[in-house]
Design a protein around this ligand. Structure first.
Ligand code: SF4
Length: 404
C-alpha cells in the first residue's frame, strides 16, 4: 500500500463511516491511498448506518429515456449522440411518437420518463412546456425526471428569459425533477477540455441551486475517465457537497464512466474498474449529505454494478427500456428485470423497485414472487442497438427502432 500521506487513514475512515465530515484533502488521500477493502468496508458501514432498518434493501427503477432530438449546437467532445444543425444525421422525434413510447412505458410497469436530447437551436422554453404538459395530461402517473442545468441554460437563452423563469414555466408544465445531466466534470480544466461550449461548472451548479430553491429537486451525475486527475474528481464532489450544504436538493449522486466509441476523444483515456469502485466508496463517505449513491451496470458492467453495492451504493439505477446516448458511445451492457433482480439478490441484498423519490414500491423479499414479465428489457427500442428478440416479444411496440 502506498504510504505517502500524512493522514491517519484508519481514523479518517472511522470518522466517515460514523457519519462524520471529511475534508476534500482527506477524501483525496483516501481515494489515492486507502486499502481497497478498508475503503469499501467503511463506505458500506456508512450506507448501513444511514439506512439502518432497511440496510438489506437495494433499489432499482423502471424507466424509459426518450430522446426528442439529436440536433445540438454544443458539440461536446465525449458525445457520440449529437448531430450538428443542418447535418443530414440530425433528427427530431414527433410528439405522437413520444406519447406512444410513454404508453409502452406505463404498460411495462415503468414509472419514470427521462427526456434527453441535444441543445436544438430552435427549442426554447415553449417547446418543453408543450412536451411536458402534453405528456402529463396523457399520463399523469408518469414522473417526468428529465433534463439538467445545461438544457435550462440553453432554453432560457433561446427564449430570451431568465433561468428562473424557464424553470418555473417547465415545472408548471409538468416537470417533476431534473435528472442532473450535463454535470460531466464540474472543475474548469477538464470541463473546458471535454465540453468547451457548455456553461461552466459553477454556472451548472448555480442553476441547480435556483431549481432546488424553486422546489425542483434533482440528481447529480459525474462523468469519469476522460483524462481528469484524481484531484479533479474530488473537486467535483466538493463542489456538489457545497451546494448540497445549502439546498439539500440533490437526491442522488450518479457517477458513470466515459465510453470510447464514435466521439472526438477517441477513447484515449478511460476509468478503470477499481477507480470507479473507489469513487463510489469515496462518494458515500464524502457526500454525507446526499442520501443515495447509484451504482451503474450500463457503463461499467453487471458484475461491477453488483460489487458497487458493497462499496456504498444503495441503488442500481434502472431498467432503461430505451437508452441511446451512452449506448451510442459503446456501452454494450444489456439487462432485463429478472436479471437485475437476480444481480441485486446475488449481492446479498433484497431487491426493491423504487419510485423517482426512492419510496419502495415493491420489495422482492420472496424469490417465488419475483415479477416474470419478459417484455421488461433494457434497450427494447434503442436506435443504438439491435434488439430484435426484445422487439418481437413486445407486441405494443410498433416498429420504434430507427423511426427518428
Ligand atoms: S452531451 Fe448533450 S449537450 Fe453535449 S453534444 Fe451531446 S447532446 Fe449536445
Amino acid at each position: 500500500m502506498p504510504t505517502s500521506t500524512s493522514i491517519d487513514i484508519a481514523e479518517v475512515l472511522d470518522r466517515a463511516a460514523g457519519g462524520g465530515r471529511i475534508t476534500p484533502a482527506e477524501a483525496l488521500d483516501l481515494y489515492r491511498y486507502a486499502p481497497l477493502h478498508a475503503l469499501g468496508q467503511a463506505a458500506d458501514a456508512a450506507r448501513r448506518r444511514r439506512y439502518a432498518g432497511t440496510e438489506q434493501i437495494a433499489t432499482y427503477i423502471i424507466e424509459r429515456n426518450i430522446n426528442y432530438t439529436n440536433v445540438c449546437v454544443t458539440a461536446c467532445k465525449f458525445c457520440a449522440f449529437y448531430a450538428p444543425p443542418k447535418s443530414e444525421a440530425g433528427w427530431t422525434r414527433d410528439l405522437d411518437d413520444m406519447l406512444r413510447r410513454c404508453a409502452e412505458t406505463v404498460e411495462l410497469g415503468g414509472t419514470q420518463i427521462m427526456f434527453q436530447g441535444g441543445h436544438h437551436p430552435e427549442f426554447g422554453v415553449e417547446y418543453y412546456e408543450r412536451l411536458f404538459s402534453t405528456v402529463k395530461e396523457a399520463f399523469p402517473q408518469l414522473v417526468i425526471h428529465s433534463l439538467g442545468a445545461s438544457e435550462v441554460a440553453h432554453m432560457a437563452k433561446v427564449s430570451g428569459v431568465s433561468v428562473e423563469e424557464a424553470i418555473v414555466r417547465i415545472r408548471d408544465a409538468g416537470l417533476d425533477s431534473f435528472a442532473g445531466a450535463g454535470a460531466e466534470l464540474l472543475p474548469a480544466r477538464p470541463r473546458t477540455v471535454i465540453a468547451p461550449l457548455k456553461e461552466s461548472g459553477e454556472r451548472w451548479l448555480e442553476i441547480m441551486e435556483v431549481a432546488h430553491g424553486l422546489g425542483v429537486e434533482s440528481t447529480c451525475t459525474m462523468l469519469m475517465g476522460t483524462g481528469e486527475t484524481n484531484a479533479e474528481r474530488i473537486e467535483h464532489l466538493a463542489m456538489v457537497r457545497d451546494v448540497q450544504d445549502r439546498t439539500g436538493g440533490f437526491r442522488a449522486f450518479i457517477p458513470y464512466t466515459y465510453q470510447p466509441n464514435n466521439n472526438h476523444l477517441k477513447g484515449r483515456t478511460q476509468a478503470t474498474p477499481l477507480e470507479y469502485l473507489r469513487l463510489i466508496a469515496i462518494a458515500r463517505l464524502f457526500l454525507h449529505n446526499v442520501a443515495h449513491i447509484q451504482g451503474s451496470w450500463l457503463t461499467t458492467g453487471k458484475e461491477l454494478g453488483q460489487l458497487s453495492l458493497h462499496y456504498g451504493a444503495d441503488d442500481l439505477g434502472s431498467i432503461m427500456l430505451e437508452e441511446n446516448v451512452v449506448s451510442s458511445a459503446g456501452a454494450k451492457h444489456r439487462s432485463n428485470l429478472g436479471e437485475l433482480i437476480t444481480l441485486i439478490r446475488g449481492a446479498d441484498r433484497v431487491p426493491a423497485q423504487r419510485s423517482t423519490t426512492y419510496e419502495h414500491l415493491r420489495v422482492h423479499d420472496d424469490p417465488a414472487d419475483d415479477p416474470v414479465d419478459e417484455r421488461v428489457v433494457s434497450h427494447l427500442s434503442s436506435i443504438a442497438d439491435d434488439a430484435p428478440r426484445a422487439r418481437k416479444q413486445l407486441p405494443v411496440l410498433s416498429g420504434a427502432r430507427g423511426e427518428a
